[in-house]
Design a protein around this ligand. Sequence first.
Ligand code: ADE
Length: 237
Amino acid sequence: MSWSATLLTLFPEMFPGPLGTSLAGRALREGIWSCEARDIRAQALDRHRTVDDTPFGGGAGMVMRPDVVDAAIAAAMPAGDPRPLIYLTPRGRLLDQALVRQLAAGPGVVLLCGRYEGVDQRVIEARGMIEVSIGDYVLSGGEIGALTLLDACIRLLPGVMGAAESAVEESHSAGLLEYPQYTRPAEWQGRAVPQVLLSGHHAEVARWRRQESEAATRERRPDLWTRTQVAADGAAA
Ligand code: ADE
């Protein structure tokens, strides 16, 4: 059984989009994952195919109706569908690699992509949706968030990446930013590659990379650095 992604969206033509090319595209053609994009508008209840309405309490924009969204979910998920139902929204918990790993290890995902000002809160609660944000900025809809989440999951599916990359993924870089990379030429525009990388001393290279990873994490992502230290202390205790 392939890892299966179902998208509920007003713009089904956005899928698989960029995930039809490169690594994810090859995996899609090989049947490692599957992608079904369903048009929420197909579940509209009236002849105008209305999916949204003005917010109670006033304010700008439009809100997606709970009855239409619920019908779209019912049509997409057979009873007992084991996949988590995720709503992409800037109000959600932040997507991180731990959640990506968890989702990639499961049977797949059903992703609800909102437009307008969002989705009526009652259907979010009634369906037990997991609200997920891909970052602290506002996109014009959930579709690009869904593509991001899918890309992150797909590269972890068995048979998508090479064994070498998968091993790196799991162990040494956990909780740290990557070290900088260099390739030929060894000197470019007067800039030399760090000497240690040309030395052939594997232990020295590993030590240098570890230092670079830690320094970059401390400087650029103090939040991540603190969490990583706390996790390391917990593991040592
Ligand atoms: N929809 C709009 N903004 C979003 C975000 N940051 N993450 C996920 N879905 C969104």
